[in-house]
Write a protein that binds this ligand. Structure first.
Ligand SMILES: [Zn+2]
Length: 61
């Protein structure tokens, strides 16, 4: 995977833990984050996959 750059400050994004909440559940994931301005870059595919996992986990109960 190529390094992603912050569109604003043009610096390389670092992986950082971020928390998401969906359907009343909170989960954390490593996401690319700009160390300078704190912008988080989450691709739509990544977000959809995480959401699917949460939904699957809930259905399994
Ligand atoms: Zn930035």
């Amino acid at each position: 995977m190529a390094d992603m750059m912050c569109k604003k400050c043009d610096c390389v994004l670092e992986m950082a833990k971020a928390e998401f909440s969906y359907l009343g559940k909170t989960f954390s994931a490593e996401v690319p984050k700009c160390p300078k301005c704190g912008a988080v870059y989450v691709s739509e595919g990544f977000a959809n996959e995480r959401m699917k996992k949460v939904e699957t986990a809930m259905e399994d109960k």
